[in-house]
Design a protein around this ligand. Structure first.
Ligand SMILES: Cc1cc2nc3c(=O)[nH]c(=O)nc-3n(C[C@H](O)[C@H](O)[C@H](O)COP(=O)(O)OP(=O)(O)OC[C@H]3O[C@@H](n4cnc5c(N)ncnc54)[C@H](O)[C@@H]3O)c2cc1C
Length: 386
């Protein structure tokens, strides 16, 4: 059988991971990244059990692990430092935190080792369902499989005219990667709540701290960059000293976005990652879902069936996890912004008291057990087993 070829738009976490996976399955792969280098803007990232399990499956995690921090516990506390919710981060809730750049560096290295070609400064502007990407110079790149891994504002998705919707929620997050551990626990993530504002603090690899500040967009003082130290010290008095340190670092700013895409493929073209299911990062699952879905995609399209049919099977198998997680991620965002202050401790207590609630909301954390890819002898998805 001749080697099959994939063209991927986007050299972020999704495009690089899928490139590595397809390369390992014997495909020739080209990844187009519009930036002049493989670069991740913005601080740290927490990788959950499902993401780690996929990286372990491809033996990539041992390289990445020393660059991050393993968390043992997540604590949500109120403005006075009182604990509202406590979660053990073990079993299928295990979590590691990394500087984002480390994650893309290791994925890019692994993709290249698997034979993928990464072309930087290659701006993709369109795609054809028959199996091609088009770049800004009008050049056409044909493939047996074509993938849009080009993020929230995916050009590939737009070209497929799938009637997708991109909407911005009224929440913003400012993120920082700070070269100190002076106000950070070695193995615990803290989330400090005060009215509509939240401050997350966690270790992110040797000598570094990942901090995020979340707030409603209408809260101008909270959104401001550089940091309005006084305003944050008023809402979070227990972190007064930490804000003096945070204010010395550069922050990056993002709105919460949601992508609703009725289909994830057309012909030989598939969408993965934020291009397909962008969601608020409230559950820290964007990269985890991207990784799980990419793994399932690589396995299914590497079977004997025509790519178009394999893509339909793939979506049928994995999509419900992303859809459910996105709904919960939106609910969580609504809860932190709109619910009356008096009711929030009750909800936190309920999630603390009844683990089943966390299991439901965090369904994706269960990982590969949810989507075992089993193909029958003809390469069809064996749904009886799933
Ligand atoms: C504030 C915030 C915090 C988050 N925290 C977490 C977390 O803790 N844990 C977690 O799992 N997830 C988190 N996520 C989600 C996670 O970052 C994304 O789900 C993940 O990065 C998706 O990867 P992707 O490859 O699909 O998209 P992206 O990371 O957006 O990568 C897309 C790539 O495509 C390139 N590109 C775009 N357009 C083109 C084009 N036309 N041609 C060529 N290249 C193009 C871009 O330059 C980029 O490199 C967070 C997201 C945000 C916004």
């Amino acid at each position: 059988m001749t080697k099959r070829h994939a063209e991927i738009a986007g050299g972020g976490i999704g495009g690089l991971a899928l490139g590595m996976m397809l390369g390992r399955h014997g495909w020739s792969v080209r990844i187009h990244e519009r930036s002049p280098e493989i670069r991740e803007i913005g601080a740290g990232i927490s990788l959950r059990n499902n993401c780690i399990a996929v990286l372990e499956h491809y033996d990539v995690f041992p390289r990445l692990e020393p660059l991050g921090s393993k968390l043992r516990m997540e604590l949500s506390v109120d403005r006075h430092g009182q604990v509202m919710q406590r979660r053990q981060l073990s079993g299928h809730f295990r979590t590691h935190v990394f500087p984002r750049q480390s994650v893309v560096d290791i994925l890019a290295q692994s993709a290249r080792e698997a034979g993928a070609e990464i072309v930087t400064a290659s701006h993709i502007t369109g795609a054809e369902p028959s199996g091609a990407l088009i770049d800004a110079n009008g050049r056409r790149y044909g493939g047996d499989l074509v993938v849009g891994a080009d993020g929230i504002r995916s050009k590939v998705r737009m070209a497929l005219r799938l009637s997708a919707r991109l909407s911005e929620r009224g929440t913003q997050v400012n993120r920082y990667l700070i070269p100190t551990r002076s106000f950070t626990s070695d193995d615990t993530m803290f989330e400090h709540w005060s009215e509509g504002r939240r401050v997350g603090i966690m270790p992110s690899g040797p000598g570094q701290t990942f901090v995020y500040l979340v707030m409603p967009r209408r809260d101008r003082a909270a959104c401001a960059l550089p940091l309005d130290t006084r305003s944050w010290q008023r809402s979070h008095p227990t972190l007064a000293d930490a804000f003096e340190i945070i204010a010395r670092s550069d922050g990056t700013q993002y709105p919460y976005n949601v992508v609703e895409c009725p289909r994830w493929s057309a012909g030989r073209v598939a969408l993965i990652g934020d291009a397909a299911h962008g969601m608020p990062p409230t559950l820290g699952q964007g990269a985890g879902l991207t990784m799980m879905n990419s793994h399932a995609l690589a396995e299914i399209v590497s079977g004997p069936r025509p790519v178009e049919e394999a893509l339909a099977d793939w979506e049928q198998m994995v999509r419900f996890i992303s859809d459910r997680t996105r709904r919960w991620a939106i609910r969580y965002d609504q809860f932190t912004r709109h619910w009356p202050l008096a009711l929030r401790p009750l909800v936190m207590w309920a999630f603390d008291r009844f683990p089943i609630l966390n299991e439901r909301m965090r369904i994706a954390d269960q990982g590969l057990a949810l989507t075992p890819v089993r193909l029958d002898k003809r390469g069809r998805l064996d749904t009886r087993a799933a």
